[in-house]
Design a protein around this ligand. Structure first.
Ligand code: GLY
Length: 293
């Protein structure tokens, strides 16, 4: 099997933005060419997407409902079961690199203030990921909520807003991700997100939940994108991985993953398996791929 990498810019992101995932895939492929392994390849690719303000991760992340705070989740995992994640981390440029640094600690997941403090200790500089787009999303979302014009999966928020006093939600949700195969049996998955649009401070989505947002093992690597609360309930990444482990072809396993959630819930799945890549989604999903010869 030849090394390869697959990247995505989040379900719901515009297909015409696929130059972003394509550039990210090329950066990951370069890491594979350098012999840096699947984990580093998936992280390098994710960093490119975190720096691209079109996508909801790193720079370009959405605001929490207070309208001023950005909290981000990110995670990495490889075929040896090595895993690292951060949840609700603030003010770092590359949450995915911090997740990779967590992998070198005795822990698996660091959250909130502790995650940010760890990042500073590990040398990650203070960085403000706020963009004008975050404000635009907030304003548009508020208008939609006022009009009662939200997607089915956000309907519970209409009632919740009555009870929750500080509530300024935009409507948007996506994630960036990458899966890589080193061609020698090594697989890795990486996820990073600014979270869901309708998000309380402290909310953690699927991107920092192993088994939901990502999973990796000897049978391959899987990353998902969509509405975190549903992906967590469906344990989507592990379900897709388990199918691959039982011998389901990678593309078929990704397609089967889509059936785990109600069809109106946006969901995307990418995977790297011994038989190649899988990409499936029930909405727009800009992706990039790079295969090494
Ligand atoms: N999939 C991104 C999130 O729900 O946090």
């Amino acid at each position: 099997m030849k090394p390869f990498i697959v990247t995505h810019g989040g379900v719901g992101a515009k297909e015409e933005w696929k130059d972003g995932p394509a550039e990210a895939a090329e950066a990951g492929a370069q890491a594979l060419r350098e012999g840096r392994g699947a984990l580093e390849a998936s992280v390098r690719a994710s960093e490119i997407l975190e720096d691209d303000p079109r996508f909801n991760a790193g720079t370009g992340s959405r605001f929490c409902i207070d309208g001023r705070t950005i909290e981000m989740d990110a995670s990495v995992m490889d075929e040896q079961g090595r895993m690292g994640a951060v949840a609700a981390i603030r003010r770092v440029r590359h949450p995915i690199r911090v997740a990779l640094a967590v992998l070198e600690t005795p822990h698996v997941l660091l959250a909130g203030e502790g995650a940010t403090a760890f990042a500073r200790w590990a040398g990650f500089e203070d960085y403000d990921p706020v963009t004008d787009k975050a404000t635009e999303f907030l304003e548009k979302g508020l208008e939609k909520l006022e009009a009662g014009n939200v997607r089915p999966y956000y309907q519970p928020w209409i009632e919740f807003r009555e009870r929750y006093p500080v509530f300024d939600p935009p409507e948007a949700c996506d994630t960036i991700g990458a899966v890589a195969a080193d061609g020698k049996g090594g697989f890795a998955a990486a996820n990073s997100t600014g979270g869901s649009a309708l998000m309380l401070l402290g909310r953690v989505g699927d991107s920092a939940h192993f088994g939901a947002g990502l999973w990796a093992g000897p049978a391959g690597a899987v990353a998902t994108t969509g509405i975190g609360e549903y992906i967590i309930r469906g344990l989507v990444a592990k379900e897709v991985y388990d199918r691959m482990e039982r011998g389901t072809p990678t593309q078929e396993a990704c397609e089967a993953g889509l059936t785990l959630l109600p069809p109106e819930i946006p969901l995307g799945v990418i995977a790297a398996g011994p038989d190649g890549r899988g990409i499936a989604s029930n909405g727009s999903l800009p992706t990039g791929t790079a295969d090494l010869s």
